[in-house]
Design a protein around this ligand. Sequence first.
Ligand code: GAR
Length: 224
Amino acid sequence: MSISRTTPLRVAVLASGRGSNLQAIIDAIEAGQVQAQIVAVISNKKDAVALDRARKHGIKDLFVDPKPFAGRPDSREAYDRALLDILQQHDVELVLLAGYMKIVTAVLVNTYANRMMNIHPSLLPSFPGLDVQKKAIDWGCKLAGCTVHFVTEGVDEGPIIIQAAVPILDDDTPETLAARILVQEHKIYLRAVQLFAEGRLRVDGRQVLIDDAKPSDEAIISPT
Ligand code: GAR
């Protein structure tokens, strides 16, 4: 059963780069398709385009420099404690990793269990990690895609919320495939956020159960 909220879901986005997924979510919120409010965009990279995108939309942008934390044995946890402080100060209910190229630790994962999502450009559990479009092509896969999942301590391992598949074409390069996948990323991430905002996601072990989900009855066969 879905719940109706009286206030928009308070979301923070962690991003390290270009921020096109962030932009898709901002646009969907502004268009009234997603009942959420981005209260902060946080980056570990000072020059992340994602921070510019936030500023342009009047969203608080924060660069948290990893350098002061480097060199200590708990540097990753200490960094995440600094992020956690910010998230808690802003009463963040849902954290979105959107091209955030730092592995999050138990400090964040435990506090935001089943309240932190990541988007990854492969059909998990195939191809976790980096350079995944190239890996899918090199493997000879005929389908690739993207996955939104809840974040656990294992990299790209958490329960899967939503996936989209696209064909891999014979002449694809990692770049052309990445572009085809990205179009789908921009659709599924905001759907996952809206499902969360509607209170329709329930985690049962590895499975994410979705109230009133409409399963697709179309198979994607490639090549046709
Ligand atoms: C996206 O393709 C996202 O799936 C990927 O980085 C890109 C960020 O693009 N994330 C990962 O590979 C995480 N494992 P964006 O900055 O334009 O949203």
